[in-house]
Design a binder for this molecule. Structure first.
Ligand code: SF4
Ligand code: SF4
Length: 300
């Protein structure tokens, strides 16, 4: 079986315990305003354009078999109606100004790559984390990848938004060692506004998953003015305290590091101008969880 990924990141220390290899799946049903992996949102392959690396040499124009590229104001412009995503322009751009996003890979090749760092997993208590995008969007590929990891005794984690059919969550629930489960907004109207969908399914799936006794880390991104208010934090604590097996909560301060990618993909970044929460603010929120006897950590 084959799936589509964005990339494989080695030596991750923020995606679960120990040193991990993180596999970013392509495709996500959500559109969080603060998403720092916009290249993983579309299920389709894409091309990222780095204008600062482009010299306007025009090689890509000549190499495009569809005649889809023209130079305008010194830079290449692609006619998306003509582009077939063949990738020629990325192969021949010697300045690496065009980058292909999306790679089809078989389960066997993926796990072969993951296995290369087995020594680090053993020494650090790490493993592989399937992230994205939303890994549950390619549930059959994910399920086979988990089977193979289990055969090879590699620790597995699924980093999920929880927005998936329960049947899909259930299909992989027993195969994964750990879930990293996002809890972004408790208020449903805000959830619809900033994420694009209702949170009903996400909360229900989290309840069901916890009742199965799965090991879960809840991950909460903290974005000033959106979900750092007492209402959201108090309601989240109340909700988490109704669940079993929430081993820890990770409070993840917003950062704008993915912002440039939006321009490179011709996408709109809706959160510009937001500051990273101050350390004092993060400590204050952490204190609220501690007071409620919930194990909490700042960061991934
Ligand atoms: S080949 Fe690369 S550097 Fe040259 S015009 Fe195209 S994108 Fe720019
Ligand atoms: S991906 Fe292929 S078709 Fe699309 S612009 Fe590049 S060379 Fe042309």
């Amino acid at each position: 079986m084959k799936g589509t990924i964005v990339n494989i990141q080695k030596y991750s220390i923020h995606d679960g315990p120990g040193i991990r290899t993180t596999v970013f799946f392509k495709g996500c049903p959500l559109k969080c305003w603060w998403c720092h992996n916009p290249e993983s949102q579309s299920t389709k392959n894409q091309i990222m354009f780095f204008q600062n690396r482009c010299t306007g040499c025009g090689i890509c124009v000549k190499r495009c078999p569809e005649g889809a590229i023209t130079i305008k104001n010194m830079y290449p412009v692609v006619d998306k109606n003509k582009c077939t995503l063949c990738g020629n322009c990325t192969d021949f751009c010697f300045n690496e100004a065009r980058e292909y996003v999306g790679q089809e890979i078989s389960v066997e090749d993926l796990i072969k790559e993951v296995q290369k760092d087995e020594i680090f997993y053993e020494e650090s208590g790490g493993g592989v984390t399937f992230s994205g995008g939303e890994p549950l969007l390619q549930v059959d590929f994910l399920s086979e990848a988990l089977d193979l990891c289990n055969k090879k005794h590699i620790h597995t984690a699924i980093d999920t938004s929880g927005y998936a059919k329960w049947e899909d969550v259930e299909k992989v629930a027993d195969k994964a060692d750990l879930f990293l489960y996002d809890l972004k907004l408790i208020d449903d109207e805000k959830h619809k506004k900033y994420i694009g969908v209702s949170n009903k399914l996400i909360l229900e799936n989290l309840q069901k998953l916890s009742s199965l006794g799965k090991r879960i880390f809840v991950r909460m991104p903290i974005i000033l003015g959106i979900n750092d208010d007492n209402g959201h934090i108090d309601e989240s604590i109340k909700f988490i305290n109704t669940l079993n097996n929430i081993e820890q909560v990770n409070l993840i301060p917003y950062h704008s590091m993915g912002m440039d990618k939006y321009e490179r993909l011709e996408m709109k970044y809706k959160l510009s101008g937001k500051e990273k929460p101050a350390d004092e603010k993060m400590e204050e929120l952490k204190g609220k969880f501690e007071k409620a006897k919930i194990k909490v950590k700042i960061g991934g």
